[in-house]
Design a protein. Structure first.
Lengths: 256, 192
């Protein structure tokens, strides 16, 4: 019980508080439409009561079921029928995961492979990514694999993302990493599948590395989560998720 | 929060004050996690409704927000009020059962949890659930939303000295609740 305060901070990260996946959109709808109050829609998302109210409402239900789970279409339909403020929640986010993470433009895996001069490595334990991005704005081209949350991979905050893997050319250096460590951050040197790596439990968000010209580069982890970073053959792989150090290590070891 | 984020936030608040919904949506994204955590410790399953209502009210009250001061404590005070409003009557008297988010299948105690020693998250969440509402809110402001004591004073509309004493009392009650939980188990182990 010595570190009760630490345990409380940890608890905050593991509470079953709502993810708020659609909170920002719902607030915006209400402010834009000046709707008086949030409308509750019990699961399944479209309330049965509405179906019998009028044929118009029945048509809304029909259209919603046709467009399925595609959120932009759902919101457009909600707007069309004056249902701004309707909250659609709890179902998995249907849009491409990671779109708001500043990870570049979405591409398919083959395109990503063409954009870098090193072999991309996908962690076997995670399987095929749900989305792939390429960011060519930085000093090194970064390829990111994004995975949706799953039962064994909790969502990171309200991002719609469970796991993020980023790969780019460069090397890690212990002195550089520790010298520029942000306040409150900790770092642990660690061996990952024969490569040199570091474990940065949250909030170790700023990551320093050396690019292939040996210039120091600063990068910010895209998720506010735990980070496992390792270098192998001149390629840095960065894993971000809410999983524990040992779980992340097992996934890193499956990156071949 | 890093310095540059704070600068960005000041700009966002100013833009939102001028009616910019994009800027306010950005503020919602920046603060929604803290808002939902604070709402959750008061309103439980009604947390999302409370947070939504609070953000809407906060936008409409932005004219009263003092430019340049920290936005989060001001916002969280509104969130806490809305959470109390959501949880009225019978539900409030029935107490609150906070829960943990799903943990990976087959993982009873993660290595990091084991490293916490005698306190498991399950024990801790039970103990926090049983605390009075004001203690839960005090702990949530400090340890879940990461407010400083000065920011807590703003959120709780009290003096910094009062924050210190409320925190001390809340932690003491939490320690007591945790020992009350473990005491009967130790006794059973001894006799069983």
């Amino acid at each position: 019980m010595a570190d009760l305060e630490g345990a409380l901070r940890d608890l905050g990260e593991h509470l079953d508080a709502p993810a708020g996946t659609h909170l920002a959109a719902a607030v915006r709808h209400r402010l834009a439409d000046r709707a008086p109050a949030p409308q509750r829609i019990p699961a399944p998302p479209v309330a049965r009561r509405r179906v019998v109210l009028s044929s118009a409402a029945a048509f809304v239900v029909l259209v919603l079921s046709v467009v399925g789970f595609w959120a932009p279409a759902r919101e457009a339909v909600a707007d069309l029928f004056g249902l701004g403020g309707v909250r659609f929640s709890r179902e998995p986010s249907p849009v491409r995961p990671g779109e708001r993470l500043r990870v570049g433009r979405p591409v398919d895996l083959e395109e990503a492979r063409r954009r870098v001069d090193f072999p991309l490595a996908i962690p076997a334990r995670l399987g095929s990514p749900d989305a792939v991005y390429v960011d060519e704005a930085a000093s090194e081209t970064v390829v990111s694999f994004v995975y949706r949350p799953r039962p064994a991979i909790p969502e990171v905050r309200s991002t719609g993302v469970g796991f993020l893997v980023s790969q780019f050319g460069g090397r890690v250096d212990a002195a550089v990493m520790t010298k520029f460590l942000g306040p409150g951050s900790t770092i642990e040197p660690i061996s990952v599948a024969g490569g040199r790596g570091f474990w940065l439990p949250e909030p170790g968000h700023v990551v320093m590395y050396l690019d292939r010209r040996d210039e120091i580069q600063e990068d910010t982890a895209r998720l506010t989560a735990n980070v496992l970073l390792f270098e192998r053959d001149g390629v840095i792989t960065r894993l971000e998720s809410r999983l524990s150090r040992d779980e992340m290590l097992a996934i890193a070891a499956s990156t071949g | 929060m890093r310095g540059e984020d704070r600068l960005d936030e000041t700009e966002l608040v100013e833009q939102a004050k001028a009616g910019d919904l994009d800027a306010f949506e950005h503020l919602v994204v920046l603060h929604q996690r803290a808002a939902l955590q604070v709402a959750y410790v008061i309103a439980g399953s009604d947390a999302e409704d409370a947070a939504q209502e609070a953000f809407v009210k906060a936008f409409r009250a932005l004219g009263r927000f003092r430019s340049g001061s920290p936005f989060r404590p001001w916002l969280l005070r509104i969130v806490a009020n809305e959470a109390r409003n959501q949880r009225r009557g019978a539900a409030r008297r029935a107490g609150l059962a906070l829960r943990l988010a799903d943990v990976p299948a087959g993982v009873e105690r993660s290595p990091e949890e084991a490293a916490l020693g005698a306190i498991s998250r399950a024990e801790l969440v039970r103990a926090v659930s049983g605390l009075p509402e004001r203690d839960r809110l005090t702990l949530a402001y400090r340890y879940f939303a990461g407010l400083s004591e000065a920011e807590m004073a703003t959120a709780m509309s009290c003096r910094p000295g009062t924050v210190k004493s409320r925190l001390t009392r809340a932690l003491a009650r939490l320690r007591q609740a945790l020992s009350d939980q473990t005491a009967p188990q130790s006794s059973e182990a001894t006799h069983g």
